[in-house]
Design a protein around this ligand. Structure first.
Ligand code: HEM
Length: 150
């Protein structure tokens, strides 16, 4: 029981980190960004990736080992939706990650450069969509954890 509580605590803590990373990225992404901001963004993106890996690992541990049993979750459609939505968030996040990595590589030597980020609106929309989906997932979790299914 204590393992479940600690693992779920870690799960939720890292979900909060993901939220913080998304909000920070939303605030920093602009049409024109300095190389310094670009470096900040890629650090935040790295932290986001690490947090996502820990959320997946702790989530899988709850699912397979510590929680209410593999079948309980696997047979609940709200859990399947939750899992799928998190995969969607991950896939959506690939676009900003790849774009920022490419830009950072291109401007590696030019420390003072101001980078024109022509795709900034798309990135901002993707981050807002990610935030919306992430805000919805705990509702699905609570419903499913309390025995509610579709
Ligand atoms: C691969 C992705 C994920 C998996 C496999 C997963 C799986 C799980 C499982 C099995 C539990 C235990 C539920 C119970 O109490 O019986 C849990 C708890 C929880 N999950 Fe996830 N999860 C994932 C991602 C997420 C995400 C992205 C969020 C939020 C945005 C989230 C929010 C929560 C919350 C709030 C709890 C605590 C529920 C409670 O104790 O009442 N999970 N997760």
């Amino acid at each position: 029981m204590i393992n479940l509580a600690l693992n779920t605590y870690l799960h939720i803590l890292l979900i909060i980190v993901i939220f913080c990373c998304l909000v920070a990225e939303l605030m920093l992404v602009n049409n024109q960004i300095s190389f310094r901001t670009m470096r900040k963004l890629s650090k935040i993106d790295g932290l986001y990736g690490l947090a996502a890996i820990i959320v997946i690992t702790t989530g899988l541990l709850n699912w397979m080992k510590l929680g209410k049993g593999y079948d309980y979750y696997s047979n609940n459609s709200l859990f399947i939706i939750k899992f799928s939505l998190f995969v969607v968030v991950g896939l959506l996040s690939l676009y900003p990650t790849i774009l920022l990595a490419k830009l950072k590589k291109r401007h590696k030597k030019d420390q003072l450069a101001v980078i024109q980020l022509s795709h900034s609106n798309t990135i901002r929309k993707i981050i807002m969509l990610d935030l919306g989906i992430m805000a919805f997932i705990p509702l699905l979790t609570e419903l499913m954890a309390n025995g509610i299914d579709l």
